[in-house]
Design a protein around this ligand. Structure first.
Ligand code: F6P
Length: 319
């Protein structure tokens, strides 16, 4: 292992820069050279690759987004795309690759490993939808962004006595909604993994209204339904004012939290260590507070489950 390549792929997430920094610096610390691949697999297929040194990752640990850029790439999903990528990696003298990204990006890493190219994955996605790891880079920052938004909305919600419906990201995973809803004191949380009854939510609003409580925050995960549909349902059942906020891509940016920077730094270091040890086809993660590495095929085959205890706790706290 003489030269390591690093790329970020798929949706960006706050903390990716800290992971790039760790990969570059731990590699250089160990006497290796590093290539930065621009715009994920798309840049790889175009040979958009630059040398990285210690200073190329200076002053980025606190910045959201990704210095290397990112993209979603259809061509890379084909067999020809993978073969071409390996050819280009070899042409640039890259012996091992670190891929930072979510589900789709790690699937790409798995396919490179399948074809014999030493590749290690690092989970970087705000969705936190990878089952093998407790957390992925960017999730904590996104949750904090949503919690701040809930606090702001709570002010106006209670002042006006309104229901505020907040739609959050997460694709098919309800973790952002669950964690932010719990930390933000939401009255109801709707996630794709657990069936929710809109009528039940309305009953709760009516019982609140009967006690004189008009304001309420409802967090809806994007994979669990449509915020305006829910608003219309509420309107059809109760005489109460409501407003919808779709937080959207706000959740993908911002200064990464200390937790995300720590996680990213530890993941980056571990990925480089694995390549130095001659390991390949693995992906790093965290269980408890321990950094782990898992066979990438097994990791991606695991099914993510929602934390039912946290969900129940939210219900108890919002009686
Ligand atoms: O996977 C991260 C994510 O932000 C999801 O939560 C969301 O559904 C999706 O990406 C949005 O994708 P795009 O940035 O391509 O619109």
């Amino acid at each position: 292992m003489k030269r390591i390549g690093v790329l970020t792929s798929g949706g960006d997430s706050p903390g990716m820069n800290a992971a790039i920094r760790a990969v570059v610096r731990v590699s250089i610390y160990n006497g290796l050279k590093v290539s930065g691949i621009k715009r994920g697999y798309e840049g790889l297929l175009k040979g958009d690759i630059v040398d990285m040194d210690i200073s190329s990752v200076g002053d980025i640990i606190h910045r959201g987004g990704t210095k290397l850029g990112t993209a979603r790439c259809e061509e890379f999903k084909t067999d020809e795309g993978i073969d071409k990528a390996i050819e280009i990696l070899r042409l640039f003298g890259i012996d091992g690759l670190v891929v930072i990204g979510g589900n789709g990006s790690l699937t790409g890493a798995k396919r490179l490993a399948e074809k014999g190219f030493p590749t290690i994955g690092i989970p970087g996605t705000i969705d936190n939808d990878l089952a093998y790891t407790d957390y992925s880079i960017g999730f904590d920052t996104a949750v904090n962004t949503v919690v701040n938004a809930i606090s702001n909305l709570r002010d106006t919600s209670s002042s006006h006595g309104r229901v505020n419906i907040v739609e959050v990201m997460g694709r098919d995973c309800g973790d952002i909604a669950l964690y932010a809803g719990l930390a933000g004191g939401a009255e109801s949380i709707i996630v794709p993994e657990i069936e929710s009854s809109y009528d039940e939510i309305c009953r709760k609003l009516i019982s609140g209204k009967n006690r004189g409580k008009l304001h309420s925050i409802i967090i809806l995960a994007e994979g669990a339904g449509d915020a305006y549909g829910l608003q219309n349902h509420i309107l059809s059942k109760i005489d109460i004012e409501s407003r919808v906020s779709i937080l959207g891509h706000l959740q993908r940016g911002g200064i990464p939290t200390a937790l995300d920077r720590m996680l990213a730094s530890r993941f980056g270091a571990k990925a480089v260590e694995l390549l130095i040890e001659g390991k390949e086809g693995r992906t790093v993660g965290i269980k408890g507070n321990e950094i782990i590495d898992v066979d990438i095929y097994e990791a991606l085959a695991m099914e993510k489950e929602i934390n039912k205890d946290l969900y129940d706790l939210t219900g108890m706290l919002a009686i």
